[in-house]
Write a protein that binds this ligand. Structure first.
Ligand SMILES: N[C@@H](CCC(=O)N[C@@H](CS)C(=O)NCC(=O)O)C(=O)O
Length: 380
């Protein structure tokens, strides 16, 4: 049976569960702006989905399908500033988009052998289940329900984020604001996200009444905030920083709070579960960029490092007989191509996130040996 057929059969079996699980994780049922209490009730309903052991998505063979197709299909947002942002010419730029290209460089030696497919938060997991995309690089948070009942597997975190809120200083908000200041506010965010659920749970726990307004279209949500129909906008902190940097009108001061985010949002690649070879390829593509950063291998010096780097660097770049990429179904120089064409983790990060004022230093996204969490296992 081809893996596509297996995937379709598995999909039929779990389709309704996946929808329910996406709802449970995302709080979709709150999309019509129900009260906080109602959202909480919905969550307990769907987390009671005890048939989650019926998810048996066997999805081996993704690499063969990708090779036969000649390109990687990679799901992105298209509306996430600095992560995957659609430009006027139709191109999509950002950290997530570049990790899609890195996978294409690893598989095909060509970072352009990729189709970036914009997906809404609500549609993203179904797109993986149906095989529309091979991998998601869509500011997607690794959560327990997505990892289990939704049928995903997750790769290394490429950006440690956390949910925050943004509001106007002229409305009395400041960088010191918190849940207590939300009483009576209209809070807007996009549907199908962890964001909806965190804000509902947090407000209920703080005993604060909010009205939650959600939409599938993040650009539209931001516009509603700009138009003044929402008091507060909430999402991953990086998304707020990106929008403040690019859309804050002259004369207004948007403030982001609280300083300590209200949730953990580890963002990274996700793909259909039970395809170990494909998982290895995605994971080690990301790890290769992290090891290269740690070892000082950049797009500018990678040729020199291939010949003169230490033993681990030579293995990773394919310049040594004991390289490990061939065993994964890639060519020995797969990660040389990644670094040459896309750069190491730091180059990718700086290219997009420094632009909107986000730095690694002092954050969880710093190198592990500089106080952060960006760490890769050894290439051995
Ligand atoms: N990380 C959260 C939120 C992801 C999310 O969708 N964030 C918004 C705000 S940055 C976004 O990307 N919107 C763009 C879109 O929906 O296309 C999740 O995985 O649920």
């Amino acid at each position: 049976m081809t893996s596509t057929l297996k995937r379709l059969l598995a999909l039929l079996a779990v389709f309704s569960l996946v929808i329910a699980a996406c709802g449970s994780d995302s709080g979709d049922d709150s999309a019509d702006g129900e009260s906080t209490e109602d959202n909480t009730a919905d969550d307990s309903d769907s987390s009671g989905a005890d048939d989650s052991d019926t998810v048996e998505l066997t999805q081996g063979g993704t690499l063969d399908e990708v090779l036969a197709r000649g390109k990687v299909n990679c799901g992105v947002s298209g509306q996430a500033v600095a992560f995957s942002q659609t430009q006027a010419d139709g191109s999509i730029t950002g950290l997530d988009a570049d990790f899609c290209r890195a996978v294409a460089a690893a598989v095909f030696g060509d970072a352009e052998a990729v189709e970036l497919k914009p997906l809404s938060a609500t549609d993203r997991f179904t797109a993986v289940q149906t095989g529309e995309v091979d991998v998601l690089m869509r500011n997607t948070t690794w959560t327990q329900s997505r990892d289990t009942e939704v049928g995903m597997d997750f790769g290394p975190t490429t950006y440690y984020d956390g949910q925050q809120m943004m509001a106007r200083e002229s409305d009395g908000f400041s960088a010191d604001s918190g849940f207590a200041d939300l009483e009576g506010s209209i809070v807007c965010t996009n549907a199908g996200t962890t964001t909806e659920k965190n804000i509902s749970e947090g407000a209920a726990a703080a005993g604060v009444e909010i009205t939650l307004n959600t939409s599938d279209d993040w650009d539209a949500v931001v516009q509603t905030f700009i138009d003044g129909a929402c008091d507060v906008l909430t999402t991953d902190g990086s998304g707020l920083v990106g929008r403040k940097a690019t859309q804050q009108p002259d004369g207004e001061n948007w403030v982001i709070f609280p300083a300590q985010p209200i949730s953990k949002e580890p963002l990274g690649p996700t793909y259909g579960q039970n395809d170990s070879q494909w998982a290895d390829i995605i994971n080690w593509t990301v790890y290769a960029t992290i090891i290269a950063d740690e070892k000082g291998v950049t797009s500018a010096n990678v040729d020199d490092m291939l010949a003169n780097g230490d033993d681990e660097v030579k293995r990773l770049l394919g310049g040594a007989d004991d390289e490990l990429q061939s065993g994964m179904g890639l060519s020995g120089d797969a990660f040389y191509q990644v670094i040459k064409q896309m750069g190491n983790y730091d180059e990718i990060f700086a290219r997009h996130l420094n632009e909107v004022g986000i730095k690694r230093e002092g954050s969880a996204n710093a190198r592990w040996n500089e106080g952060g969490l960006i760490y890769a296992p050894p290439a051995r």
